[in-house]
Design a protein around this ligand. Structure first.
Ligand SMILES: *[C@@H]1O[C@H](CO)[C@@H](O)[C@H](O)[C@H]1NC(C)=O
Ligand SMILES: *[C@@H]1O[C@H](CO)[C@@H](O)[C@H](O)[C@H]1NC(C)=O
Ligand SMILES: *[C@@H]1O[C@H](CO)[C@@H](O)[C@H](O)[C@H]1NC(C)=O
Ligand SMILES: *[C@@H]1O[C@H](CO)[C@@H](O)[C@H](O)[C@H]1NC(C)=O
Ligand SMILES: *[C@@H]1O[C@H](CO)[C@@H](O)[C@H](O)[C@H]1NC(C)=O
Length: 277
């Protein structure tokens, strides 16, 4: 059941997180990532712990596990396995399974959001159990780790809808964005994708992440504050300063929503964590 969760979270984050670590997909430093979702690539301890955690009753109340089933139909799963970290290619793949993803999101968003306190309370044991996997850069372990750490902003981002009741991630996909092969923000600005990037939807999503990251020590292990600052500057340049001013407006209702913060407090710094890049 665990891969239902990690897969959707990984998909949801494709836009803003290079799982495990390097940032926006348009980042020139991007490294190719092949999803290795085979649970048997995990150490027994890591698999056991994550499976045990995810079978807790409280998860069943806030995560609609059966909702993820369509992702494991062969056609969809095969497509997911093709995700490579190349933005332009991945967006085509996502588009090809869009109807399944819409169904998954609808069912996923019907359930109340898990308490951050509850999610965060399991992070420490995941880090301990999956230490070796994380050290060995096991992709699935990294996805699980990132999914726990970013649960709160990911949940919000998956579930944001625009005024036409279309999921924000879907609006993004439908906008047929393809990123130019750019290395400088000037080139991005010259390209006529600005209208498709500077949307209410994207604004809500980026502010959700940008407000969350400074409150989470572990999020900063995955994406540094320096990177966040760079992305903010890039988006401010392209979309204007207000775009990243921290105010989160629900794109559907136009109402302001409060930021969520992380409640995780590390009990020890001696655990090996995935390296920040
Ligand atoms: C899995 O973990 C439980 C405790 O959480 C333990 O009782 C069990 O022996 C473990 N199984 C394996 C195969 O390590
Ligand atoms: C894991 O990734 C980090 C950073 O990319 C690298 O420095 C390290 O050597 C890798 N470890 C293994 C075991 O491949
Ligand atoms: C995206 O592409 C499809 C077909 O490839 C087209 O029907 C649709 O109008 C395009 N959407 C936008 C917003 O350009
Ligand atoms: C994009 O740029 C890199 C170097 O900056 C180059 O190696 C690559 O071939 C380019 N790709 C395309 C599709 O032009
Ligand atoms: C951010 O910008 C919007 C206008 O686009 C404004 O309504 C809001 O008050 C601003 N928030 C802050 C914190 O300045």
């Amino acid at each position: 059941m665990k891969h239902f969760l990690v897969t959707i979270l990984a998909l949801a984050s494709f836009n803003f997180l290079q799982i495990p670590s390097t940032g926006l997909q348009s980042d020139p430093e991007i490294t190719t990532l092949k999803f290795k979702l085979n649970p048997f690539s995990l150490s027994r301890q890591c698999l056991n712990t994550t499976t045990t955690i995810l079978s807790e009753l409280e998860f069943a109340e806030c995560i609609n596990f059966p909702a993820f089933r369509p992702l494991f139909e062969k056609k969809n799963f095969d497509a997911i396995e093709q995700l490579s970290g190349d933005f332009n290619e991945d967006i085509k793949i996502i588009k090809s399974i869009e109807p399944a993803l819409v169904e998954v999101s609808k069912d996923f968003c019907k359930f109340p959001k898990c308490q951050d306190r509850f999610i965060q309370s399991h992070i420490q044991s995941t880090i301990v159990a999956c230490q070796e996997d994380l050290k060995n850069n096991n992709t699935l372990a990294q996805v699980i780790f990132a999914a726990f750490v970013f649960y709160s902003p990911l949940h919000d981002s998956v579930c944001f809808e625009n005024k036409q009741d279309i999921f924000c991630w879907d609006e993004f996909v439908r906008n047929n964005i393809s990123l130019p092969n750019f290395t400088s923000i000037e080139k991005l600005n010259n390209n006529n994708i600005v209208d498709k990037i500077c949307t209410l939807c994207n604004r809500a999503i980026v502010n959700t992440f940008f407000n969350f990251i400074p409150t989470s020590f572990l999020a900063q292990v995955i994406i540094s504050l320096k990177k966040v600052k760079e992305y903010k500057q890039l988006l401010a340049f392209v979309c204007g300063d207000d775009f990243v001013n921290g105010t989160i407006i629900d794109p559907k209702t136009g109402k302001q929503i409060p930021s969520t913060t992380s409640t995780y407090i590390p009990t020890s710094t001696s655990n090996s964590l995935p390296k920040n890049t």
